[in-house]
Each structure stands twice: as structure tokens, then as C-alpha cells.
Design a protein around this ligand. Sequence first.
Ligand SMILES: NC(=O)c1ccc[n+]([C@@H]2O[C@H](COP(=O)([O-])OP(=O)(O)OC[C@H]3O[C@@H](n4cnc5c(N)ncnc54)[C@H](OP(=O)(O)O)[C@@H]3O)[C@@H](O)[C@H]2O)c1
Length: 288
Amino acid sequence: MGDERPSLDFPASSQSLFQSYLPHHGSQRSDSPGTRPFVTLTYAQSLDGAIALSPGTQTVLSGQETKAMTHYLRSIHDAILIGAGTAIADDPSLNCRLTGITLATQPRPVIVDPDRRWNVSKSQCWKLAKNKLGQEPWIIVDHIDVADVEEHISPNGNMWANDGAWYSRIPRADVHTQHGAVREIPWQAIFETLGREGYQSVMVEGGAGVINSLLRPDNLHLVNSVIVTIAPTWLGQGSVNVRPERRQDDSGAIRPTLRLRNTKWHQFGEVVVMCGRVDPNSLPQVVP
Ligand SMILES: NC(=O)c1ccc[n+]([C@@H]2O[C@H](COP(=O)([O-])OP(=O)(O)OC[C@H]3O[C@@H](n4cnc5c(N)ncnc54)[C@H](OP(=O)(O)O)[C@@H]3O)[C@@H](O)[C@H]2O)c1
């Protein structure tokens, strides 16, 4: 299968609007192990904070202009990360169709799928990789069968290849939040693993479970920028919402989860794109 869809262009004048919210190095994956990557959280929502009409369904919220924007953003990140729910519901291509991109500069799709619910070899991104139109997906799992592991191990030893995909095992753990313990693969460990493989930037594209977890007060320090497309529509009750945990201060009072800094709002056609920075100095102290 080739990719017959047209290449996309995002004009330089629009690109410049995003510079201060993006990693500075561009997409230049390094072969030497590095530190935790720059993390950009990006998604599209309705006026009532919903990202899909109902769980497990795909809802188009953005227009042609923001489609090109998404591909531009992909082009300057080393990896694109989604959760298993999005991989199963949307079967996204997760490659970049910006004019001029080569296989070497395609971002790596990363799917957090602890129990391997997603059928990788039936997916769009696996097929695109087979046709050299995207990088092979990298799946973060909670456990791995020895039989699944080929001899091929990445140079830095954090991922194993099997039938056109790469795997890393990062076990779930009890993560303590202000509202109790959550059993999940710790985000710090996920990003540090990417960093050890030389990935310097990650664009997180959803879905709700991933976004709500990363916007939780105890994970906010891992996020650098947020880019949200807001569509002039309400998806209504029963939709899938971005609604992270609230924060509690030392006295037990409820506080907002986060207020972004240095925000800029840009209109593209009928939608608005909001960019903001997570200022590490203004993050609340989290006392679980
Ligand atoms: N509008 C937008 O911009 C946008 C973008 C993306 C997706 N979406 C929509 O969002 C919906 C999918 O959202 P979702 O919440 O179901 O799925 P999701 O956030 O993509 O994936 C959640 C699942 O991924 C796994 N996971 C993710 N992070 C994990 C971690 N740190 N530790 C352990 N497991 C982790 C878990 O799998 P297990 O359940 O197997 O444990 C979890 O249930 C779809 O309807 C999709 O169309 C919208």
C-alpha cells in the first residue's frame, strides 16, 4: 500500500507563529542517549472540552488548515505518542505528509499499549512503514514474551524489534496522586526511555486517557507546551472529555489544575488554535 493522499503545505508565515512553543532543535534524533525529551501536548476539542462524540469513535473537529498544521508539528518532533485507545479507535497513520519530508526525518510513532490490545500488523502506520512512508511503530508494553523478541536490539538497548515493530517493556506501577494511587506506566519512565534512545522531542496526540493523565498535577512537570485546536461546536453529553484531576493545596482547598503561560491564539478558518507553555516555576507543589 502506498500513500496516495496529497502532500501538505503549511506556509512559513504560519509556521513562525508556533516557534516559541516547539523544541528548538527540529527533528534531529540523536544517536547518543540524552535527557528527557521536550513534550508538546496537542489535541482538538469542542467548546465543551470534548475530543470525541463517544468513547472509541473518531470525530473530526479540525479543518484543512489545521490538518497541515498537525503535519508541520509532526515534522519537528522526533516521536508522536498516542494511547492504545486512540490506536484502536482511529487507526491513525502517524506519519508526516509535509512536502519535502524524507523517511529519515519522519517521526517515530509511539503507542502506549501495556497489554498489547492493538493489532499492530493490521494498522495503517505498520503498513506505511512497510512501504517506507513512515517509521516503524514503537510500542510501550507492560510485559513482553521472550518469544516475541528478536535478536535485533536498538543501539542503546531499550527496544527490541519484532515483525516491523519495536517494543519496550516498562512495567505498570502504583503512581501516587493527590486523589489516591493510580496503576499505570509512569510517564517519567516512558519519556526517560525515549530520551535514552536519543529522542529529544515528543508530540503527544491523545486520546483522553493519555491527556488527562499527563495533565494531572503530578505529571505536569513533564509537559513543556500545549497546543489545542478549538472547534466552534458542542459535542454534548456522553462525549469524551479532557478533564484532568484538580489540584488541592496544603490546606485541602480545591485549585485549578493548571493555568498556561505565554498564551497565543490564532484563527485558522473557523477554528482557533491556542498555544501555551507550562511554566515549571509556576507549577504547584504536589503533595500526594
Ligand atoms: N480530538 C482529538 O484531538 C483526539 C486525539 C486523539 C484521540 N481522540 C479520541 O480519543 C478517544 C480515545 O481516547 P481513550 O481515552 O479511549 O484512549 P487513549 O488515551 O488513546 O488510550 C488510553 C489507553 O492507553 C493505555 N495507556 C495510555 N497511557 C498509559 C500509561 N501511562 N500507563 C498504562 N497504560 C496507558 C491504556 O490502555 P489499557 O486500557 O489497555 O490499559 C489506556 O486505557 C477516541 O475516541 C479518539 O478518537 C481525539
